[in-house]
Structures are given as structure tokens and as C-alpha cells.
Design a protein around this ligand. Structure first.
Ligand code: SF4
Length: 254
């Protein structure tokens, strides 16, 4: 029997042949041990995410495609990585946590955040990779934007810088997809993060793509707070760069 015949029809046909030999002809149908039986294909549930991007319209992400290959998850810090790791696993996708944050200063603060991200990955058995920070290159990338408010041009340049490094690592290490925990924070506009991710992926379009995952949806931020408490993770009180630290100090002194 050739292609385009359903699994049920193939089984019925085989049973009919065996019945005919055994019950009608009263003959041994022979050895069937090397016969390849048709099997039903495995049905994988569909997961789609619909994201509205200003200026681009609606974008569908096929989350099924993500199951065939681990995804590189850029972790901006431990607390934000908690919900993202849980959410990616919920849709059947295993993240490799990539800590790439040349924006975080001073070095003592960097060490605290690194430890917190590492701890969570170890707690939940996720693979963890640290990208050694390059503060000087990051400062060069945001030059001229030092006094910008949070959510302005400095943050745009910051996202582009960090996600550029994530895309490069993804492409060099066989990750077909990457995404970022930056969208967990209600203070970060997902559309701005997505634009930076797309720009970063463009340079490696043959090898990797950026997945638009809006982790703040479905109370993602609250879930990250809850999980951070549960795992005893360090939570920072400023975004990460020296400029955000300065602004935070100014505001608390007022
Ligand atoms: S405020 Fe945060 S996102 Fe903006 S430049 Fe500083 S570290 Fe980057």
C-alpha cells in the first residue's frame, strides 16, 4: 500500500489480509516481525503569541517552532529571569540563560546581580553562561546620552548594545533563536526592546532570529517578584548603569 492512506485504513487492510490467510485460505500468513506499521503522528499543541508593534502592526510568533531547539534567554538580572524561564518552559522551550550586561556598574553591584541570576539558574537546573562585561565599550555606545531620562535614547542604545552581543553569541553557538528578559519590567517599553532585538538579529539573519516575547503579560512582573522572594534572590533598586544609579540617589535625597 502506497502513500496518502490513513493510519486506520492501513491497519484495517493489514488485518483483512491476515484474516483472509488464516480464516479463509487456512494458511500461515508468514512472518510479520519486520513489517513497518504505520503510526499516528505526534500532535503538538499550538502556541501562538500575538504582539502589537507600533509602526509594524501585529506580529505572530509560532512558539511551536521554538521547541525544536533551545532558546538563548538574555537575562538582564536574576529576578527578571525567573518568570521568563518558567514561561518558556511552560510552552515547552528550554532556555539557556545568558547573562550579558555590560551596562551594570559598579563591579560590586555587577557581582551581586550575577550571583543572583546564577543562583536561580542552578535552583531550577537551567544552563547558565556569563558574557564577560565590557563597560568601556558600553559607555562608548551611550556617549552623548548620559543625561537622558530613563526610557529615552540612552536606554535604546543600551538595549541595542546588549542585544547585539546576545545575537552574536547566539549565531556563533548554534542558537536559532534568542529573546530577552528585559520585557518583564513595567518600566521598559516592550516595543523599544523588540526594535533593538530585531536590529541585533538582522546582522545574523542567516543563523538566528529574535523572538518577540512580551514577558510582562499575564502578570509577569508580579510573578518575578514572587519567585525572587521564594528563591531568596537579591533585588536591585536601580536599573543598572551609573546614570540610573545617580538619578535614583537624587530622587531618594529629595
Ligand atoms: S537606565 Fe537601564 S536600560 Fe537605561 S541605559 Fe541605564 S542600564 Fe540601560
Amino acid at each position: 500500500m502506497k502513500e496518502r492512506v490513513s493510519v486506520a485504513t492501513q491497519s484495517q487492510a493489514l488485518n483483512a489480509v491476515v484474516f483472509f490467510f488464516r480464516e479463509v485460505l487456512r494458511r500461515d500468513p508468514g512472518d510479520f516481525s519486520d513489517f513497518i506499521r504505520a503510526r499516528r503522528g505526534r500532535k503538538v499543541p499550538s502556541y501562538y503569541q500575538l504582539t502589537a508593534i507600533p509602526g509594524c502592526g501585529l506580529i505572530f510568533t509560532d512558539l511551536n517552532a521554538m521547541k525544536t531547539n533551545p532558546i538563548l534567554l538574555h537575562a538582564c538580572c536574576g529576578p527578571c529571569s525567573t518568570h521568563c524561564t518558567k514561561e518558556l518552559r511552560r510552552v515547552g522551550c528550554e532556555p539557556v540563560v545568558f547573562f550579558s550586561n555590560s551596562n551594570i556598574m559598579p563591579s560590586e553591584e555587577y557581582a551581586l546581580r550575577l550571583e543572583s541570576a546564577k543562583k536561580f539558574a542552578a535552583d531550577v537546573g537551567a544552563e547558565f553562561v556569563e558574557d564577560p562585561p565590557d563597560n568601556a565599550a558600553w559607555l562608548e555606545a551611550v556617549k552623548g546620552f548620559e543625561n537622558e531620562p530613563e526610557d529615552g535614547k540612552r536606554c535604546e542604545a543600551c538595549f541595542r548594545f546588549n542585544l547585539g552581543r546576545v545575537a552574536k553569541y547566539a549565531a556563533a553557538n548554534g542558537f536559532e533563536r534568542f529573546t530577552t528578559s528585559l520585557t518583564v519590567s513595567p518600566r521598559k517599553r516592550s516595543a523599544m526592546v523588540f526594535e533593538a532585538g530585531d536590529a541585533a538579529a538582522k546582522r545574523f539573519a542567516e543563523t538566528t532570529e529574535f523572538v518577540h516575547y512580551d514577558f510582562k503579560k499575564n502578570n509577569g512582573f508580579l510573578d518575578s517578584v514572587r519567585l525572587s522572594e521564594k528563591h531568596g534572590l537579591y533585588r536591585q533598586n536601580y536599573c543598572g548603569c551609573v546614570f540610573s544609579k545617580r538619578n535614583r540617589t537624587k530622587n531618594t535625597e529629595r
